[in-house]
Structures are given as C-alpha cells and as structure tokens.
Design a protein around this ligand. Sequence first.
Ligand code: CA
Length: 227
Amino acid sequence: MTRVLVVEDDPQLVRALVINLQARQYGVDAAPDGATALRLAAARQPDVVLLDLGLPDMDGVDIIRGLRGWTRVPIMVLSARQGSEEKVAALDAGADDYITKPFSMDELLARLRAAVRRTEDTPLVPEASLFETAGFSIDLLAKKVVRDGRDVRLTPTEWHLLEILVTNPGRLVTQKQLLQEVWGVSQSTKTNYLRVYMAQLRRKLETDPSHPRYLITEPGMGYRFEG
Ligand code: CA
C-alpha cells in the first residue's frame, strides 16, 4: 500500500484529501503541524508527502530541509502562496512538485501518481551509463553527478529530467515529452515547471547558468543535452 503523509492545518482540506486518497486505496496519515509531520515521517516512512507551506508552528520550507536531511521521499508542496520566490525556495530546499491552491483533486491525484511512479521506476539501464562533459560527469547507474570533484545533489525530479535529456544526447526532447514523463501531465500550461527545474539544473551544473553550454533551450519547443 502506498502511504501518503498529509501535512496540512486546514481541517476541511485534510478531510477532503483523506477521503479521496483512502477511496483510491492509499494509506493516509495526517499531521496538522510541522512537529507532528517530522515525527510521523520518521515513524511511518511514507511513500510521498503532501505539504502545506503555511503551518502554525513551522515554515514549510524548514520542514522540507528537515526531511531532506535523511530521506528522498517525494515531497509535493500545496500552497496558496503564488509568488515564484516561494516556489523557488521550496524547490531549492528539495521539494519535487508544487501545486497552487485551490487545485483540482484530479490533478493532485495525477501528480501524486507521477511522483510515486518516479520513485518506483527502475530505469532501463542504457548501453552507456557514464556521460562525461568538460564540466561534469554523470553516472546513470550509480545516480551520481560529479562536478569539480564534488558530488552534486539533485532532487529526484531534477535527476529524472537530466536522465531523460542525457540519454537523448544532441536530440530535441519536447516540453510535452518531458512534462508527460516527469510529471505525468501534458498541458502546455505547465511549462513553467520545466523552466524552474531547468534553471535549477543549470545552476547546479553549468559554469555560466545564463549562457548554458550543456542544457540547451530550444525556444517554444523543448530542451537538448549537448555532451
Ligand atoms: Ca495552512
């Protein structure tokens, strides 16, 4: 059974989430505040965490950092905060996805399935598992990226994106393909996720993120990895 930890202080939303998740055979734990969330995450080892950023006792971003200290469990942020700064802070801290309230339950469930699938996927081992560029090296088998002799920490979502691009070297991968593969959605309105994650990958991998050499944007179409 897939276990979901719902961290949310709005009892009505918690109820709606619990009912919908249990109806789809998820096991659900709910935490109304950050301290309970951290305790339950350790005790129950959920497969995915739904996290409200505005909690009574802690900022959601601190909870993400706390969790990322010891677990790679997918974290999906639910937030009424619209600003892209909030989004970037949550994603930088290690969240995998970000859903703005109010959201449709169908979309939330689709993205939850995608998040769980990402961790369950045992990717096919490609012929070549080691990719070397002048700036960094990627070991797909060991799931390791090394830049300047140091490990680069990637979130599961960043890793998934990079893996798709790297295994299609020199080829255009469309926005639609990436959205479908990584988030399980196809709406072109979600291309802002791609932009945010690609910007993060570039910050971690490119010498000059504003003039990328490896992770190339094909405007209006998609992305390409140049090895
Ligand atoms: Ca709240």
